[in-house]
Write a protein that binds this ligand. Structure first.
Ligand code: URA
Length: 427
């Protein structure tokens, strides 16, 4: 099959067959189709879009490009959550052990910070000794013995995505719903799941800035998951301010542990319980979302989830009780009074990068001790001289972080409407 015909067909807005997509992706993964032809097809997909059937074929063939987890029949259901990324989004840390306390197993493959958003692996690496580079066999063992694991993708998982994502990054084809769907869903489905829940974020700190785009992506991913036999639902959640109060790496682990000890901030708990409840209902561990939320809450109340998290950390070489790095603390105060009317959450992510808690370039070594604790939320009234945040940063980067933070928080004389955190459920 001549790849030029496939490119031309998509360029002209026609629907590709599963066979055409299969050949193209397989030959690209094996190196037979060069980057320049894959770039042309990616741009044609970016401009013309894809049908649900085409997206499913794309996902299926990307998935088939590498190894996948397969689990013995009759075991506990395998579940996972994927978030499209946000500021202060640490949900994976409390959620994985909570689910593992509810007769579910969680083989979670996570990533590092992308753009201004933080990465679960970076956060976990602030725990002394914690390994995020487990082999597939090691991941399987931790799932069997503990019930949950959080580690990075191995080289043999979905190699087509690794190649294609790097290419998209340099050909202006990242923000394409079909390509994002194929990329995310192939990696999640490689975990051999029975159910998946997606946290699709919208707003100033999200990849998708508008509700409409987030909804389109959520529908595309839910349809693809279902078509591939995995119970998939999604929540659209607001990312116009950080989730929880802590933003950074070690400080987000601190807040996750607090959440597992029943001291989590209300917004973090709302999203964590709502996402977890979707998985309990999808796998029939609960009949209703309310019942599922209560079951999950119980894993915190009885200390089981905190204990499970410590077990997972130990199984991955870490010590949850060992001191995590913490940078010197200072206050960020507001020079004027007013209502917090807008927060540029992306800029808050940039504040962490400015304090070396996120990457400016691939390969940057992070300072996991930096970050901040928000002391205001949208709609709050503040007086001049009142603290907006507690900053954790060594002196040489503290000013850069403080400037970004101050520029991210808008004050006005009018109190604006505070919107719900969870906008919509897509099933
Ligand atoms: N995250 C991914 O894994 N892939 C994309 O295409 C975008 C975000």
């Amino acid at each position: 099959m001549n790849p030029v015909w496939t490119i031309a067909k998509k360029r002209d807005g026609e629907e590709l067959t599963a066979e055409e997509i299969g050949h193209f992706i397989t030959d690209y993964a094996s190196g037979e189709i060069p980057d320049y032809q894959m770039s042309a097809l990616a741009m044609a997909i970016y401009l013309q879009g894809m049908s649900t059937a085409e997206i499913a074929a794309l996902t299926d063939n990307m998935l088939a490009s590498g190894a996948t987890f397969s689990w013995p029949d009759g075991g506990l259901p395998k579940v996972d959550k994927h978030s499209t990324g946000g500021i202060g989004d640490k949900v994976s840390l409390p959620l994985a052990p909570m689910l593992a306390c509810c007769d579910l197993q969680v083989p979670m493959i996570s990533g590092r910070g992308l753009g201004a958003t933080g990465g679960t692996l970076d956060k976990l690496e602030s725990i002394p000794g914690f390994r995020t580079d487990l082999s597939m066999d090691e991941m399987r063992q931790v799932v069997d013995s503990v019930g949950c694991v959080i580690s990075g993708a191995t080289a043999d998982l979905v190699p087509a995505d690794r190649k294609l994502y790097a290419l998209r990054d340099v050909t202006a084809t990242v923000p394409s719903i079909p390509l994002i769907t194929g990329s995310i869903m192939s990696k999640k489905l490689a975990e051999g799941l029975d159910a998946l829940v997606l946290d699709v974020k919208f707003g100033s700190g999200a990849f998708m800035k508008t509700e409409a785009l987030a909804r389109e992506l959520a529908e595309s991913m839910v349809n693809t998951g279902k078509r591939m036999g995995v119970g998939t639902t999604a929540l659209l959640t607001d990312m116009n301010q950080p989730l929880g109060r802590m933003v950074g790496n070690a400080v987000e682990v601190d807040e996750s542990v607090a959440a597992l000890e029943g001291r989590g901030p209300a917004d973090l708990m709302e999203v964590t319980l709502a996402l977890g409840a979707e998985l309990l209902v999808s796998t029939k561990q609960a009949d209703t979302l309310d019942q599922a939320r209560a079951t999950l809450q119980q894993t915190i109340d009885n200390g089981a989830a905190r204990e499970k998290f410590a077990q997972m950390v130990a199984a991955q070489g870490g010590d949850l009780e060992a001191a995590r790095p913490v940078a010197p603390e200072s206050e960020v105060v507001t020079p004027r009074a007013g209502f917090v009317s807008a927060i540029n959450a992306e800029r808050l992510g940039e504040a962490v990068i400015a304090m070396r808690g996120g990457r400016q370039q691939l390969g940057d070594v992070l300072d996991l001790s930096t970050g901040f604790e928000m002391q205001v939320r949208l709609g709050d009234r503040v007086e001049a001289g009142q603290p907006l945040a507690r900053l954790f940063a060594p002196p040489e980067v503290a000013n850069a972080g403080r400037d970004k933070l101050l520029s991210a928080i808008e004050l006005s004389d009018e109190q604006s409407e505070v919107r719900p955190l969870i906008l919509e459920r897509i099933a």
